[in-house]
Design a binder for this molecule. Structure first.
Ligand code: PHE
Length: 340
């Protein structure tokens, strides 16, 4: 009996050393220490021993039991500690690795171009004036001399909200807002904002785009003021040596009207794909404010004159950066946006 107990102790403790997880440990416990386990069964046999051997056997049996129990406890602790160490090892962080750079946001190309335009006109004394994106047919068309069924409405296909309201197709309705607010003061403002047109989206046309409108109203303002202002703008925007030309044009709300071209800054006027071999790039529409429009704004055309112009910053940015597809502007592709 004593030998058997010793033998059981030796084998069980040896097995315990090889145990690697708590499941195996539980099997071991059932095998040796469980109520039907081997030690329990062995100790039941003590009752059949001759009486003089029983006390000794009982003592040894208890000692083995205690040894196994404390070995079991220690192993439980060991396995738990090892499991924790593994988890910590798996989560290990190398604090000496260089950190990830935080990516900085940036201004959208349109915003950058708009701000360039604001800066130039601010230096010339123009204030920024905001007018609504949602307009009435009256402000967007009627008051700008574009009556219903006027062919000029075809130039600007419109998103209508209902019979009367629409998304502005250009920033020119801001002229009326500014005049009605400032009358009878002289005016010198730029009106930047988003415009909307109901068009097929292609490389050349978007359904939304910015415009920057300019408006000056006062006494004795002439076409020479318009030209001087815009030539100066072109030179600050595109370079000191930029040559410009004015082409007669037509807008219902200006008379006379002119479009301004700048000498192609890609090829210096030699002719290239950007200027379509003309040497010139069209950058804005302009003209003297039509007398009827002045009147609609509250100003007497006998006493006041004015000029107005409108340009598209996306178009300007496309020319400046050789961007050949306007859809890049609102696609939000970082590969495009991060270049500027
Ligand atoms: N509103 C015109 C357009 O959308 C541009 C323009 C503005 C022309 C002011 C003349 C004067 O094309």
């Amino acid at each position: 009996m004593l030998d058997e107990l010793q033998e059981l102790k030796d084998t069980s403790l040896r097995e315990l050393e090889d145990i690697v997880d708590l499941d195996q440990l539980e099997e071991w416990r059932i095998e040796y220490l469980g109520s039907k386990g081997r030690l329990t069964q062995l100790m039941r046999g003590i009752g059949q021993l001759p009486p003089e051997e029983r006390p000794e056997a009982g003592k040894v049996g208890n000692r083995v039991k205690n040894a196994l129990q404390s070995a079991y406890n220690e192993t439980t602790e060991r396995l738990k500690r090892e499991a924790l160490e593994h988890a910590l090892e798996a989560d290990r962080v190398d604090v000496t690795l260089p950190g990830r750079l935080a990516t900085l946001g940036r201004l959208h190309l349109s915003t950058q171009t708009l701000r360039q335009i604001y800066d130039i006109f601010a230096e010339m004394g123009f204030q920024v004036y905001r007018s609504p994106d949602v307009e009435t047919d009256e402000y967007n068309f009627e008051l700008l001399n574009i009556p219903k069924h006027h062919p000029a409405r075809d130039m600007q296909d419109t998103f209508y909200i209902d019979e009367e309201r629409l998304l502005r197709t250009h920033t020119s309705p801001g002229q009326i807002w500014a005049m009605r607010e400032y009358y009878p003061e002289p005016i010198r403002v730029i009106l930047p904002g988003m415009c909307y047109r109901y068009e097929q989206i292609t490389a050349r046309s978007e359904i939304m785009f910015h415009q920057v409108e300019g408006l000056a109203v006062g006494h004795n303002i002439t076409m020479a003021d318009l030209k001087g202002t815009l030539i100066n703008f072109a030179q600050r925007m595109f370079g000191e040596d930029t040559r410009v030309r004015f082409r007669a044009s037509y807008f219902p709300f200006t008379e006379p009207s002119a479009e301004m071209d700048v000498e192609c800054f890609i090829c210096d006027g030699e002719g290239c794909t950007v200027c379509k071999y003309t040497g010139w790039l069209e950058v804005l529409g302009s003209g003297m404010v039509h007398p009827q429009v002045l009147r609609n704004g509250g100003y007497d055309p006998a006493a006041y004159t004015g000029y107005a112009f409108g340009m598209g910053p996306e178009r300007i940015a496309m020319l400046q950066h050789g961007i050949d597809d306007i859809r890049f502007f609102w696609n939000n592709d970082l590969r495009f946006l991060e270049q500027f």
